[in-house]
Structures are given as structure tokens and as C-alpha cells.
Design a protein around this ligand. Structure first.
Ligand code: CO
Length: 196
């Protein structure tokens, strides 16, 4: 029931205030998160929860198949604000095992807006066809493509003018590529970290 959500919110706000009476006054004064999370829109990957972070600690952008497309004003405005205004120290691009968007790109079984949005992931699959074909199962292929997709986002961000400008002035900023292994609930570092 939709009203249950509003009741749950009231209970949450009351609990926060019971714990710290000026909690929301403090929260309202501003944000200075150290991290930007670029993750999948998948409902099973609640970024703050799985990182143990509280409101104010994580700047978040989520879309289908965790893409930071350089020609997408949505994701790029998030990156711009995070880097130039908030001065986050880390940008985490996180893919995940069992990603429906990645699987849709792999099997080219999507249409409409998803077809357009996932075109760059289809391209990554085409560029890595031999490695993907060498794997036996669709699950294995999907996981490899999810990793390659994360790597692509990191590569694109690393050469983006916003990131390069930050690095040129010595801003403390690192990029990281992770994979959420849903069957274990654990994050895997894909060793893609790069710092200016
Ligand atoms: Co996904």
C-alpha cells in the first residue's frame, strides 16, 4: 500500500529525531559527501545501505546499467556538480552480477528507450566478441560484459574534461571500478582505480 510508505517515512523521521533532536536541521545546512556513486537503477542495490553510509555521505547517480555517458546531460551534470562543487574525493562506478540492462545489451533483446540507452553497451559487446564467445553460459557472458562496461565508464571518465581539469589543478580525486556480486552481497574491486 502506498500509504504505508508515508507512514514508514514518518516513523523513520521520528526515530532520527529521537536519536538526535537537531538531526534534520543539521542535514539541511548542506552536504559535503566524499563519494559519488554511479550505479545501476536495479532495486536490489541500495547504494548507501550496502556501504553502511548515512544521509549526506554519498552523492548518487543511478541509471540502467550504471553508465556515465559523456553525451548524456543527466549523468554528466551529476559528475560536474560532484567534482566542481562538492569536490568528492572518489567516484565509484559499480556494475553488478545479473544486470538486466547488460543482459539486454548482450542479447540485443531490448527496444524503445532501452535500445537507445544501451547502444554503447552493445558496442562494448561487439568490440569484445571473441572474449564473450569463449564463455560457455549467458550468465558468464553477462558478468564479463558488466565488468567491461564498468571499465569503459572509468576509461571515459578518466579522459573527460571535467575530470582532467580537476586533476590538472591537483584536486584529490580518484576513480574506482567495482562489481556488486549479488549472490554474496559483497563488492569486488575490479582494480581499475586511477588517480590524476
Ligand atoms: Co543492472
Amino acid at each position: 500500500m502506498i500509504n504505508d510508505l508515508l507512514s514508514a517515512n514518518k516513523a523513520w523521521a521520528e526515530a532520527k529525531k529521537a536519536d538526535q533532536s537537531d538531526y534534520f536541521e543539521k542535514l539541511s545546512q548542506g552536504q559535503s559527501p566524499e563519494y559519488l556513486w554511479i550505479g545501476c537503477a536495479d532495486s536490489r542495490i541500495p547504494a548507501e545501505s550496502l556501504l553502511g553510509l548515512q544521509p549526506g555521505e554519498l552523492f548518487v547517480h543511478r541509471n540502467v546499467a550504471n553508465q556515465a555517458q559523456v553525451n548524456d546531460p543527466n549523468s554528466m551534470s551529476v559528475v560536474q556538480y560532484a567534482v566542481t562543487a562538492l569536490k568528492v574525493k572518489h567516484i565509484i562506478v559499480c556494475g553488478h552480477v545479473g544486470c538486466g540492462g547488460v543482459k539486454g545489451a548482450l542479447t540485443q533483446s531490448v527496444d524503445g528507450y532501452l535500445d537507445a540507452w544501451l547502444a554503447p553497451v552493445v558496442k562494448i559487446a561487439q568490440d569484445n566478441k571473441a572474449d564473450l564467445d569463449a564463455l560457455a553460459t549467458e550468465d558468464e557472458k553477462t558478468t564479463l560484459l558488466a565488468k567491461l562496461n564498468v571499465k569503459h565508464q572509468i576509461d571515459e571518465l578518466a579522459k573527460h574534461p571535467i575530470i582532467k581539469a580537476a586533476w590538472e589543478v591537483g584536486q584529490d580525486l580518484a576513480l574506482h571500478g567495482w562489481l556488486f556480486d549479488m549472490p554474496t552481497g559483497e563488492l569486488v574491486d575490479l582494480d581499475l582505480s586511477v588517480k590524476g
